[in-house]
Ligand binder design. Sequence first.
Ligand SMILES: Cc1ncc(COP(=O)(O)O)c(C=O)c1O
Length: 409
Amino acid sequence: MLGSDKFGHIKLAPDDAILQTAIAFRNDSHTDKVNLGVGAYRTDEGKPLLFRAVKEAEKQILADPATNKEYLGIDGHLKFNKLAQELLLGESSSAVLEKRVASVQTISGTGSLRIGAEFLSMFFNPSCVLISRPTWGNHITIFERARIPVKYYPYWNPKTKGVDIEGMINALNDAPEKSIVLLHACAHNPTGVDPTPDQWERIADVMARKDLLPYFDSAYQGFATGSIERDAFAIRMFISRGFQCVISQSFAKNMGLYGERIGALHIVCRTSEIADKVLSQLKIVIRPMYSNPPMHGALIAAKVLEDPALKNIWLSELEQVSQRIIQMRRVLLEELVRIETPGDWTHITSQIGMFSFTGLSPAQCENMIKKWHCYMLTNGRISMAGINSRNYQHVARAIKDSLQIREKL
Ligand SMILES: Cc1ncc(COP(=O)(O)O)c(C=O)c1O
């Protein structure tokens, strides 16, 4: 080889924990193996789901002679941006009507968070971002990469297996000036517990008093409760109270468009003039990163949202998806009770969204994986989408057995 060694000093990076779980699951030949690590919806047959509305939208797009593969603008597909904005904020939102929202299409939720964090780093000069402990692991790295110091607010109370609302309020109260607060809009990942409407109001009270900037991550709208409106409650309430805010939106879960990488970033401003300037700068952030976003996912999402018949099909599919998950929570809880599993497991049904934080210790999770072939994260998170009518009894037995591994829950 020519010249000096240019890359030999590079150390092997550790695998992503979620990816590692997926590989271990794939390599296991046991017939009763269960994938509780998966972050994507699975049908009762354990298969990925292609939404009927999405399939139909795709068919129409391909049949349309006007369809082409030209570049989109830096900010993406404009009709998609508008429809995505309305889905999230509501068509009658004052922010939408007053054109106070700067919206850009992004590379799904992750890309949106990365652009949002970069924008805030460049234009808001934040002292830090406060992130829930625990959170989706990528949040931390995304903000660190954007040179924003990361701090935490307590979120999970292991005793009540619910939101540590007092801990959270205290941390927000102590937040430095010009802090960003990252909030999961609904279906908190990994805990599956959300603040109640009253608790959201308390969060808004302290944030208003301290003049903190809310940053909502909305990766599960409609997926959590089956209702688009209910899952947007917190965002809409903050905006109706007059907050300026940043929102990252993903269509990965709620349209099953994981691999299409379709999402949006919305920045709610005080005036439409400010929103125009914000939009112009967002384009400057995006241009040197990837120039402009991909088109196919935007065409699909826009078609589903704009066509009333397709939208209705989608909404009813979304309802079915969330209901299957709720049903799996119920059958798992009933089975845990039936086989007399020690402890209170009602958090399985009170938590919402794709994930449940079981409260199992790392050693107990190891037992789930090694002895029972139930693949999950060692922080105790299981994906309810991995549970179905054929494996819930196996999962319940695995949990009961793992509790014998003595360690503090
Ligand atoms: C809380 C949260 N935010 C954002 C994302 C981003 O997902 P994507 O980039 O696939 O839209 C995820 C995905 O699992 C998530 O759980």
